[in-house]
Design a binder for this molecule. Structure first.
Ligand SMILES: [Zn+2]
Length: 131
């Protein structure tokens, strides 16, 4: 998977931004659009960390403004963080729903090659508890 240079950022009236990136994987060309909103949050920062943000950029980014350049920096993938007492059941329900939607994409355990994550492997956990 290689990212084609020339991503574009579209800013909507409500402040939401859409980052459109083009990616080539094999012979297919994909358009990935990621929606995000920048929110200003007041926080106390270590003065050393703050000073580091004012360092001059160098190399290909030497003349770019402060902050991330969307040609060279991409936001990461969405990670859902569940704050709940029953997060285990919620993640299992979410995983079951995902499998219902797209049964072809499945996970495979590295220990027993069954349809679960390796860290959830019952055979590995059985071996670990015996030691
Ligand atoms: Zn397993």
């Amino acid at each position: 998977m290689s990212v084609i240079a020339g991503s574009e950022v579209i800013t909507a009236a409500d402040g939401t931004k859409t980052l459109i990136t083009y990616v080539i994987e094999g012979n297919e060309r994909y358009k990935i659009s990621q929606n995000f909103k920048e929110i200003n949050v007041l926080e106390r920062v270590d003065p050393v960390v703050d000073a580091r943000k004012k360092w001059a950029k160098y190399g290909a980014e030497a003349n770019s403004p402060p902050g991330p350049g969307y040609d060279t920096t991409n936001p990461g993938e969405n990670v859902t963080f569940i704050l709940s007492k029953n997060w285990r059941e919620l993640t299992e329900i979410e995983e079951a729903n995902r499998l219902k939607k797209n049964p072809k994409v499945y996970i495979s355990c590295r220990a027993c090659s069954q349809n679960h994550y390796t860290f959830k492997c019952p055979t590995l956990n059985k071996n670990a508890s015996q030691n």
